[in-house]
Design a protein around this ligand. Structure first.
Ligand code: DND
Length: 247
C-alpha cells in the first residue's frame, strides 16, 4: 500500500513532535535500530517487558517502541478493553525505562491496524539508516505467515522471536519455509515466563492479586478502572477495598 505523502508528513510530524515516536536517524553516518513491540497488551505484563528488555540488550537496539494494537482484527472472538485503557497501562508499565516508549501510533489510527501497514508507515517516516525490528513471541512467528499481507512484513522489518528455554523452533521454522516467504528472524531465549494476559484477566476476575506479574501501576489502573471484572483491589491501603467499591 502507498500512502499519500502529505498524510505521511502530517502523521510523522504530529507523532514525533509529541514524543509518540522516537526521533531517530539524524546522523547519516550511523545505523539506528528501532525495536517495535506490537501487542494487544490486554493487559501488558512482565513477559512483554522482559522480552523487550532482552531484545534491546541482545540486538543493541536504540529504543523499543511499545505499540498497543488499535483495532485488532484477530481478536474479534472476544471483547478487548478500549485502546485508550490498553495504551494507558502500556504507558504506566514502560514509563520508568529510558529506552522504552509507549506509542499511540496504532491506537489513534482508524480501522483495523494490520502490522504490515504499521511497518509500511514507519518505513516511510524514517530514513533508511533506521532499521526496524518487530519483536514477537516465537509462537506468533509460526502464525505470521498467515497475517494480512505477510509477504510485505519480511521486506519491511527484521523479526525477533522470543522463545522459552527448551522451546522447539521446528514449528516456526517449518511454517516459514513452507510459506516460501522471506523473513529475517533472530530468535532470543527469554527465561521461562509463563505469564499471559489471559491469566492476568482471569486472576482479576477471581479477585486474586496480579502483583509481581505486572507492574503495580498496571494492577492499580486495572482496579481503579474496574477492568476485567475487577470489583475490589488488593492494592488499597491495608488491604481495604478499593475506594468506591460497594463490597
Ligand atoms: P498479540 O495479540 O499476540 O499481542 O499481538 C501481537 C502483535 O501481532 C500485535 O502487534 C498485532 O497487531 C500483531 N498481529 C497479530 C495477528 C495478525 C496481525 C498482526 C496482522 O497484521 O494480520 P499480546 O499482547 O498477546 O502479546 C504481545 C507480544 O508478546 C506477542 O508477540 C506475544 O507473542 C508476546 N508474549 C510474550 N513474550 C514473552 N513472554 C510472554 C509473552 N506473552 C506474550 N510471557
Amino acid at each position: 500500500m502507498r500512502y499519500d505523502p502529505d498524510e505521511i508528513e502530517r502523521v510523522a510530524q504530529s507523532v514525533i513532535d509529541r514524543g509518540d515516536l522516537p526521533l531517530l536517524g539524524q546522523d547519516p553516518n550511523r545505523t539506528y535500530r528501532m525495536g517495535i513491540m506490537g501487542g494487544t497488551f490486554d493487559p501488558i505484563h512482565y513477559g512483554h517487558l522482559v522480552t523487550a528488555e532482552q531484545a534491546f540488550d541482545d540486538l543493541s537496539l536504540d529504543v523499543v517502541v511499545f505499540m498497543p494494537a488499535g483495532n485488532p482484527a484477530f481478536k474479534q472472538d472476544r471483547d478487548v478493553v478500549a485502546g485508550e485503557d490498553r495504551y494507558a497501562m502500556t504507558l504506566l508499565a514502560t514509563s520508568d525505562n529510558p529506552h522504552f516508549l509507549a506509542s499511540r501510533f496504532e491506537v489513534d489510527r482508524t480501522g483495523i491496524t494490520y502490522t504490515a501497514d504499521t511497518l509500511s508507515l514507519l518505513r516511510e517516516i524514517y530514513p533508511t539508516n533506521v532499521e526496524l525490528y518487530f519483536i514477537t513471541g516465537a509462537d506468533a512467528i509460526a502464525d505470521i505467515v498467515r497475517w494480512h499481507d505477510a509477504g510485505r512484513i519480511g521486506s519491511l522489518a527484521k523479526l525477533v522471536g522470543a522463545t522459552r528455554p527448551g522451546y522447539d523452533l521446528g514449528h516456526a521454522e517449518e511454517a516459514i519455509r513452507e510459506s516460501g516467504m522471506d523473513f529475517d528472524v533472530t530468535y532470543l531465549e527469554v527465561p521461562a515466563l509463563a505469564i499471559s494476559s489471559s491469566y492476568l484477566r482471569e486472576r482479576v476476575r477471581l479477585g486474586q492479586s496480579v502483583r509481581y506479574l505486572t507492574p503495580d501501576e498496571v494492577g492499580g489502573y486495572i482496579h481503579k478502572h474496574r477492568l476485567y471484572g475487577a470489583k475490589r483491589g488488593p492494592y488499597g491501603a491495608l488491604g481495604k477495598p478499593w475506594f468506591g467499591s460497594k463490597e
